[in-house]
Design a protein around this ligand. Structure first.
Ligand code: ZN
Length: 326
């Protein structure tokens, strides 16, 4: 598998530099270039800038074979995203991204292939969104008291903004000329430890994993290196989450080096977890990250998805699934 991965990875690097070797047959070239996916994508239903149908169109144009819409705390974009893929050779996977506390940090857990009709999940998400709204109101008040001229309308913007996140505050601050970039808004005001960082309500990792499984989904730890725990503690985190039902780890990610990816794949292999991969695309809110391609070197092979599907087929534990109680 590692060998195959290396083959894929190096082929893409070659593709970036437009030096695909002549001796690769057309069929292999086609396979290498076409069969790729993105399992971590945001739309305007949370903090992305493209609507769910625009994301689907872009995924199709980009040549992705599948992508997962994993908005924060909401599944409201999924129907639109799936509908836009009607008749296309593109699989749109219903997903979610949940925030959880872990040792003074916030970690994220992705759910793939969730049943968007699962009542228990829907209830939990609506409670998280209600608490997020309270956080946002307090944060807006805090900014206004200090003289920042941002309004609720600035936060909502043109879209329907199902979930308002810190990215919406950053964009509003940029629009009102209070900062020179989204990045500066985070670094100066909104990042953890800054004056306007107000934590939102999160759910314990165990509960996030349970909810995802209850909705028939595949729970995976998102961007494991973003928490800056170091390799030893990252592996400890992964192990403790595994004991709580985690099934995968996002080994392929926009900011991961090849070595990061290989090390994470090795951790997965040693602990019986499956690697997942995605860009964390947010449209113009993270303009350096392209759908499916991350910062240009990301390439998530479709074989990961096949393994995840097989895992879900094998792991159908009826007690855990979202079914009406008898
Ligand atoms: Zn994300």
């Amino acid at each position: 598998m590692i060998k195959l991965f290396m083959k894929y990875y190096s082929a893409v690097r070659m593709k970036n530099q437009l030096i695909i070797p002549q001796n690769l047959s057309e069929i292999i070239k086609e396979e290498l270039i076409m069969d790729w996916i993105d399992l971590h994508v945001h739309s305007s239903a949370s903090d992305g800038t493209l609507s769910p149908s625009e994301v689907t169109r872009l995924a199709f144009q980009t040549g992705l074979r599948a992508y997962a819409l994993t908005d924060h705390d909401t599944i409201s974009g999924i129907d639109e995203a799936v509908k836009a893929a009607d008749g296309c050779k593109l699989e749109v996977i219903a997903g979610i991204e949940l925030s959880c506390p872990y040792r003074e940090k916030e970690i994220h857990i992705l759910g793939l292939y969730i049943d968007s009709q699962c009542e228990e999940l829907k209830e939990a998400l609506s409670s998280l969104r209600a608490q997020r709204r309270e956080r946002n109101e307090a944060l807006l008040l805090h900014f206004n008291r200090d003289g920042f001229p941002i309004t609720k309308e600035d936060l909502i913007g043109d879209g329907d903004a199902g979930v308002i996140t810190r990215a919406h505050f950053a964009r509003a601050l940029l629009k009102k000329g209070c900062v020179s970039s989204m990045d500066q808004a985070f670094r100066s005001y909104l990042d953890q430890g800054k004056k306007y960082y107000l934590p939102k309500k999160t759910i314990p990792p165990r509960e996030a994993v349970r909810l995802i499984r209850r909705a028939g989904g595949f729970p995976a730890l998102a961007h494991p290196l973003q928490y800056k725990l170091g390799w030893k503690m990252t592996e400890e985190l992964i192990l403790s989450l595994k004991e709580q039902g985690l099934a995968g780890v996002e080994a392929y990610y926009s900011s991961h080096t090849l070595n990061d990816c290989l090390r994470l794949r090795d951790i997965c292999r040693r602990h019986g977890l499956l690697p997942t991969g995605g860009s964390d695309f947010h449209g113009d809110n993270k303009p350096d990250i392209k759908l499916g391609r991350g910062r240009g070197r990301l390439y998530v092979p479709i074989s990961l998805l096949e393994d995840i599907k097989m895992h879900l087929r094998e792991e159908v534990i009826y007690d855990n699934q979202c079914q009406p109680e008898n």
